[in-house]
Ligand binder design. Structure first.
Ligand SMILES: CC(C)(COP(=O)(O)OP(=O)(O)OC[C@H]1O[C@@H](n2cnc3c(N)ncnc32)[C@H](O)[C@@H]1OP(=O)(O)O)[C@@H](O)C(=O)NCCC(=O)NCCS
Length: 158
């Protein structure tokens, strides 16, 4: 099984929010943003694994700022940790008011865990993750801690 860097699959998607994605006051529905984040995480997981992937879990999703119709939303996504078939991806949502200079703000962030599946729909091994910087190494270790903690909790539930 080969190995890939974080930059190999790092991706971003952008979209201008439309009225059909908002309530009557112009606030964009949270679910629309979550769907975009899920798509960004999906792209990263697909590039890393080159397999079908599904979302297994979302951690630490918190909305810090509202998002309005007409704003440009960019989801930046990159791998943090890779297990055997699981891939944890950090997604950052940046929002820009297209009427103003210097208006970009981080509206929310979250961790998505995606699982690679083989042709029979079973979890399958993905390439190992190459970490190249001190930050990447530190984030990888934190990802490993979350992975172990989730695994323990699932074992207890069984
Ligand atoms: C995700 C799924 C494939 C896991 O299947 P499973 O039989 O429990 O698989 P396993 O126990 O062998 O675990 C496989 C991997 O998934 C990880 N995993 C399973 N459930 C998880 C969860 N709730 N959170 C985080 N990781 C999870 C395991 O840690 C393991 O990772 P590893 O291979 O890196 O060690 C299965 O639960 C599933 O299909 N869920 C629905 C996913 C889906 O349809 N999402 C879209 C919703 S619309």
């Amino acid at each position: 099984m080969d190995e890939k860097t974080i930059s190999y699959s790092r991706s971003q998607i952008s979209y201008v929010m439309m009225p059909n994605e908002a309530n009557a006051a112009g606030n964009v529905h949270g679910g629309e943003i979550m769907k975009m984040m899920d798509t960004a995480a999906y792209v990263v997981a697909r590039k890393h694994s080159r397999c079908n992937v599904v979302t297994a879990r979302v951690d630490e999703l918190e909305f810090h700022h509202p998002i309005y119709v007409g704003e440009l939303v960019t989801c930046k996504a990159e791998l943090v940790f890779v297990g055997r078939s699981s891939m944890e991806i950090h997604v950052t949502v940046l929002v820009e008011d297209l009427n103003c200079d210097m208006s970009t703000r981080t509206a929310l962030t979250a961790y998505f865990t995606m699982i690679a599946l083989d042709d029979e729909g079973r979890p399958t091994e993905v390439p190992r993750l190459i970490v190249e910087t001190e930050d990447e190494r530190a984030n990888f270790e934190k990802g490993r801690e979350r992975y172990e903690a989730h695994k323990k909790r699932r074992k207890k539930r069984k």
